[in-house]
Design a protein. Structure first.
Length: 249
């Protein structure tokens, strides 16, 4: 298993980044953001009819999938003003931190969704785990107006803001989709058989978990999340373009 890098992150190499951690917010700031998210409940979208899972903001992996980039753009126009009004200071800090650790310009583009929020509200049940996946949401985006773009240089990030008492985290397998493409069918099968057990990477409030999205991963099952408990995280991605890294969701 590739070792998780649990120390505070130094410079980030997007193509090699299995997982690193970056402190972003204090406990008080996490509470400030969480309360603001709760106060914006009228803007939440329930993502599954019978689920406790909501989002705030347009998410390209859901809203732009299956050729619905235009629909995603329309939702972006609706949600970005709300996000910018209430979280401008947070976005500035996020861009600054990424710029420091990538050593390159990081910016937002109003044509793409600003990083948004996942919200789980406990109802006393155990919430089923999400699907295992690679972060391929960039395939849903029209990058034609951005000049040179290197989709191999992408990052995904989760900033935990409020967590249930039972905790939360991410399962990550030592299976890289880009590496798999270089293997023969027999080598691929053997590699998958040898790496069936994931590492569990726990979240901590105020700390951002950063990875390149190319490793197979999955939101860990929420266990015994009592009624009223909340799991709130900031979610987003970054892709390298010739005019700088674009931070989006």
């Amino acid at each position: 298993m590739i070792e998780s890098q649990n120390a505070v992150v130094g410079n980030i190499n997007a193509e090699e980044c299995y997982l690193k951690r970056m402190p972003i917010l204090s406990t008080e700031e996490c509470e400030q953001v969480s309360e603001t998210v709760i106060g914006l409940r009228e803007h939440w979208v329930q993502r599954h009819q019978k689920s406790i899972f909501y989002s705030l903001g347009a998410a390209s992996y859901m809203d732009a999938s299956q050729g619905r980039f235009h629909e995603y753009r329309e939702k972006t126009k609706l949600y970005n003003p709300v996000l910018e009004t209430h979280f401008d200071w947070l976005y500035k800090r996020l861009a600054q931190k990424f710029s420091e650790h990538l050593g390159e310009t990081c910016r937002y583009d109003a044509a793409l969704s600003y990083p948004g929020f996942h919200i789980f509200i406990g109802d006393g049940r155990t919430e089923g785990a999400a699907s295992r996946h690679y972060d391929l949401q960039y395939d849903n985006i029209d990058w034609s107006s951005y000049g040179q773009v290197q989709l191999s240089r992408q990052l995904s990030y989760t900033l935990a803001l409020r967590l249930p008492a039972s905790g939360s985290g991410l399962y990550v397998w030592n299976v890289n989709d880009r590496a798999l493409r270089t293997l023969s069918p027999e080598e691929r099968k053997r590699h998958l058989e040898q790496n069936q057990t994931p590492a569990y990477e726990s979240y901590e409030t105020g700390q951002m978990v950063v990875h390149n999205g190319h490793y197979l991963h999955q939101i860990a099952r929420l266990r015994q999340m009592l009624e009223g408990q909340q799991r709130i995280t900031l979610q987003g991605h970054a892709v390298w373009t010739e005019s700088g890294w674009i931070l989006y969701w």
